[in-house]
Design a protein around this ligand. Structure first.
Ligand SMILES: Nc1nc2c(c(=O)[nH]1)N[C@H]1C(S)=C(S)[C@@H](COP(=O)(O)O)O[C@H]1N2
Ligand SMILES: [Mo]
Length: 200
């Protein structure tokens, strides 16, 4: 269940605050983990495209994206390099909302997430429509820093950090699963930290 806070909705925490997935340690810092460099993105030219196997392809400008329903979730973040950061407050648009508007065709089963800079990651649609999967533009009460994926990043709390793609500019619905950037290089396709799905 989601608790409404005005236009912002807060989702309850799933697991106890003291537990960490196996092999992870806590950090209070927020390390930056990027393959390559931080792209520079101007809000006036920023676009998000939802395309592929959809009935209604859509491209959102920054203003259009901010006008969509917004939610807030507090979730832990687990990087495969073993650091975990607790209680991140993310605010943004649930991916479920965007996919609902796009109306995936019956044959659409997976998505490829595309980013400024060329990074990609793949996810099954049932994971992407979980209530706490957001395209986030705020972290801990402030606009998302460019190094952490600003203006907009994906947040997938139930998976290792590499599935939380930074600088997202596209969601492509596809029928057959296809590996993204790290998945092609041997990272696990599913990436559940509670099952230690680090490498394949
Ligand atoms: N576009 C893009 N997204 C990315 C990455 C990247 O290199 N490029 N790194 C991933 C990895 S491995 C992790 S752990 C998280 C780290 O997010 P942070 O830098 O905000 O801590 O971003 C993920 N998203
Ligand atoms: Mo990572």
């Amino acid at each position: 269940m989601l608790r409404k806070l005005g236009r912002v909705t807060q989702s309850p925490r799933r697991q106890s605050a003291d537990s960490l997935p196996p092999g992870q340690y806590l950090t209070d810092k927020f390390p930056v983990l990027t393959h390559g460099t931080t792209p520079s993105i101007e809000l006036r030219s920023w676009r998000l495209r939802v395309f592929g196997l959809v009935e209604r392809e859509a491209t959102y400008s920054w203003e259009e994206f901010l006008a969509l329903p917004q939610v807030a979730v507090t979730r832990d973040f687990h990087c495969v390099t073993q650091w975990s950061r607790k209680d991140n407050l993310w605010e943004g648009v649930p991916v479920k909302e965007l996919l609902g508007r796009a109306q995936g065709r019956p044959e659409a089963k997976h998505a490829m997430v595309h980013c400024y800079g060329g990074y990609t990651t793949n996810l099954p649609l049932p994971v992407l429509i979980e209530d706490d999967v957001l395209l986030a533009h705020r972290h801990d009460g402030k606009p998302l820093d460019p190094e952490h994926g600003g203006p907009v990043r994906l947040v997938v709390p139930s998976r290792y950090g590499w599935k939380s793609a930074k600088w997202v500019n596209g969601l492509e619905l596809i029928a057959e699963d296809r590996p993204g950037f790290w998945e092609q290089l041997g990272y696990h396709n599913n990436a559940d930290p509670w099952k230690e799905e680090r490498f394949s």
